[in-house]
Design a protein around this ligand. Structure first.
Ligand code: IVH
Length: 732
């Protein structure tokens, strides 16, 4: 211990804290360290030793606190001081200028003619949004965006991030800083490599790994993983005010926050467009993933005047990049079995990096699609990964087509790739495995039954279904309900807690709607919407079983051929056995709620748009139907209500134009309770305010909202299965 430390440990600790903070800032924020890692570690060790000997010297902002403190037992919910908004999108020059025109029109209505806009253009980092709260300069809380209104307290993990100041100087009483947590591509790859070597599952992409890490309960995990943050906005500021966004960014930068140095302020639309395209061009050479650029009106007074529509501020827009493609070699075309036996081709690729994800497998949809694209093993092919959907093979690369040495056109195999039964040709187009006991078909059916759109059983996914089948615990849907905790605990990947939860989730699924059951049991021609329509029309399974093909055809969306097909399957012994089994187990086989023509929303047409804070689209639809209403997809004068959530898009605009009443989620709840008149009365004007208070999960956050385990386990090997699952069988 140094002399100064012995004589005045308090002063030495303060000195060390200051030095370490400064070096940390240089390293993590400025990317410009002036001392080496060893020297830094030596200072850190000294401070740690001092704090151990004099615990009273330990401060919450000490750099030693970044290594990961004590784990928390759960993530507390926190209400944001100001809602965390999302952004509307523009994908073309037209859409960008349309946005500017909309702003001008809005301001003109406010009496502001010909406003002079300055714009700030920023990268749209593909991570997860968080909010940091500083009280008198000390970081007191950090939270995820959550649904925009309520997020989760992840302070313990955020403290470990070097780019987040634990204390700021000359700080106002209260300051909220917002930004994006992310993992750089290099760090992401290194992390995955390490995990693969250790035999651990790898992460899908940098965003998932950042989101999964931030929601861990034990901060030591976050401390080991290289996360960073770009700060991009201030939220609540008590005792500090800014005239413009630019000013606030400069303040943040000067006070130790990491603000992207490539953010610029521009005066003209042309310059903005050029800058957006520039980000697009530079996208592939950045150290981190971006999925667009964000354009914000700089002036805070103009921002205030422009306000918010739905969850999106009028004063900002996300310039979204087109979907990402890459060229790689098609190693092989392989085949999978769908739930009704149809064989589906999928591509085995030379691994390729597309939009931050390593793609090894891609869907080729079906035989027709394969023939049309004419891709052959050995070809260089173009692979598309749009957003979060399954990657697909688009076409051969242009130079391939001229080659004379191409492999022959791949054909569906003569025998089922799973059970080896000779395949049959269906209506001349599709090849099928006719074996109804084919384990591939069974697996598809069983995993479909528990999937999110059907019975929605949490904790039982593709992997678990495989395990359950391997152990011969599940053969037909009813078997799920006979599983016990004792049986599950024996299986790989289950512990006592997860087994208990899974059994509870399975039991709870007995209460899923009749329409979901009809969809879940796997009737060819019955997608989720048809399932719901059949349930609504026939009300009980017995009425449906007794229906003639003609009566079935009277259901919306069902033509004569599909009507006959559904009828025949319902009279199939096996399906009847499945149904009777479920009935005996207490699964709901009747429609709840009033028959059509009754209920608080009887005869009303409702359009849903955007993401609601609490209800999924499916849930909202079910609630409307249960109340006797109809859900339609286009807004017209005959629409009774438009229910708008986050990122509502053009449907909201159309509703406003036609004067159709707009509801937010609480408004919907009110009409569902029968409060039709009062909710009907407050139309656009009121609901604009009401909509503002409705939050919604963004895609980025829903990745984070899933447990870290889920995110990690969603590996590439599930793509082969899902490539098969997404099939021509799903009629609607
Ligand atoms: S501004 C105006 N700026 O994009 C309120 N967001 O769709 C919206 N994001 O949840 C936030 N980079 O996760 C803003 N420079 C940036 C951003 C950014 C990434 C994310 C953020 C937010 C989502 C909005």
């Amino acid at each position: 211990m140094s002399r100064s430390a012995r004589s005045d440990p308090g002063a030495r600790a303060a000195e060390l804290r200051e030095q370490l903070t400064e070096h940390g800032h240089r390293y993590y924020v400025l990317d410009d360290p002036t001392i080496g890692d060893d020297a830094y570690d030596a200072l850190l060790d000294e401070l740690r030793a001092l704090e151990a000997e004099h615990p009273e010297l330990l401060t919450p902002d000490s750099p030693t606190q970044r290594v990961g403190g004590t784990p928390v037992s759960n993530l507390e919910k926190v209400r944001h001081l100001q809602p965390m908004l999302s952004l509307a999108n523009a994908r073309s020059e037209e859409e960008l200028t349309a946005w500017i025109d909309r702003m001008r029109a809005h301001l003109a209505r406010e009496g502001i003619e010909d406003p002079q806009f300055s714009y700030v253009v920023e990268p749209k980092v593909d991570g997860l949004a968080i909010s940091l709260l500083y009280e008198n300069g000390v970081l007191v809380r950090g939270a995820t965006r959550g649904n925009g209104e309520i997020g989760e307290d992840v302070t313990h993990n955020l403290r470990t991030i070097g780019a987040i100041p634990l204390r700021i100087d000359d700080a106002p009483e209260r300051l909220e800083v917002r930004g994006e947590i992310y993992m750089s591509l290099a760090d992401f790859e290194a992390l995955n490599l390490r995990r693969a070597e250790e035999g651990l599952s790898t992460f899908m992409n940098p965003r998932n790994s950042a989101a999964g890490t931030i929601r861990q309960l034990d901060p030591r995990l976050a401390a080991e993983r290289p996360l960073s943050m770009w700060s991009y906005a201030v939220g609540v500021t008590d005792g500090l005010s800014f005239g413009s966004h630019w000013e606030s960014l400069e303040w943040l930068r000067a006070h130790g926050f990491r603000v992207n140095p490539d953010i610029v302020r521009l005066e003209s639309t042309e310059a903005v467009l050029e800058r957006c395209e520039d980000w697009q061009a530079r996208r592939g050479s950045l150290a981190f993933e971006i999925d667009g650029a964000v354009v914000k009106v700089d002036d805070f007074e103009l921002q205030r005047r422009l306000g918010v529509v739905g969850r999106d501020p009028r004063w900002a827009i996300a310039w979204k990049f087109p979907p990402t493609t890459a060229v790689t070699t098609l190693r092989d075309v392989m085949w999978n079995v769908g739930k009704f036996g149809t064989l589906h081709p999928f591509a085995v690729l030379e691994p390729v990096h597309v939009g931050g994800v390593t793609v090894r497998l891609a869907t080729l949809h079906n035989e027709e699609d394969l023939a049309r694209k004419d891709v052959r093993p050995g070809d260089d092919v173009i692979v598309l990964r749009a957003g979060d959907v399954i990657p697909q093979v688009l076409s051969p690369a242009p130079h391939v087509v001229e080659r004379s040495d191409r492999a022959p056109v791949p054909h569906a195999p003569a025998n089922c790739p799973i059970c080896n039964t000779p395949t049959i040709k269906d209506e001349g187009v599709f090849t099928r495995c006719p074996n109804r006991d084919c384990p591939g078909r069974r697996w598809q059916l069983l995993q479909h039954f528990v999937s999110r759109g059907a019975m929605d059983v949490d904790g039982i996914g593709e992997r678990q279904v495989s395990l359950l089948m391997e152990h011969e615990l599940v053969r037909v849907p009813g078997d799920f309900y006979r599983l016990t905790e004792e049986q599950l605990v024996e299986l790989e990947g289950f512990g006592e807690v997860s087994a208990r939860r899974a059994v509870a989730a399975i039991a709870a699924s007995k209460q899923q709607s009749f329409g979901r059951v009809l969809f879940g049991i796997g009737i060819e021609g019955v997608g989720s919407i048809t399932g719901r329509n059949l349930a609504q029309r026939f009300r009980t399974i017995d009425a449906l079983l007794a229906a003639s093909p003609e009566q079935i055809t009277e259901t919306p969306g069902i033509g004569p051929i599909v009507g006959q097909l559904i009828h025949d399957q319902l009279h199939d012994e096996r399906l009847q056995a499945v149904i009777e089994d479920l009935r005996a187990l207490g699964v709901r086989l009747e429609e709840e709620g009033p028959p059509p023509g009754e209920g608080p929303l009887a005869g009303r047409a409702i359009v849903l748009t955007g993401t609601l804070p609490n209800l999924t689209r499916e849930q909202a639809t079910e609630r409307v139907l249960a109340a006797g209403g109809r859900v339609t997809s286009t807004v017209s004068k005959r629409t009774d209500y438009v229910v708008a959530g986050e990122s509502p898009g053009t449907k909201l605009e159309k509703a406003e134009r036609l004067g159709v009443p707009v509801l937010d989620e609480p408004g919907l709840e009110a009409v569902l309770r029968g409060n039709v008149e009062s909710a009907g009365a407050d139309s656009i004007a009121d609901s604009a305010g009401a909509v503002e208070s409705a939050g919604a999960d963004s895609i980025a956050d829903s990745a984070g909202a899933e447990s870290a385990d889920d995110v990690e386990s969603a590996g590439a090997d599930s793509i082969a299965d899902s490539a098969g699952a997404e099939s021509a069988d799903d009629v609607d």
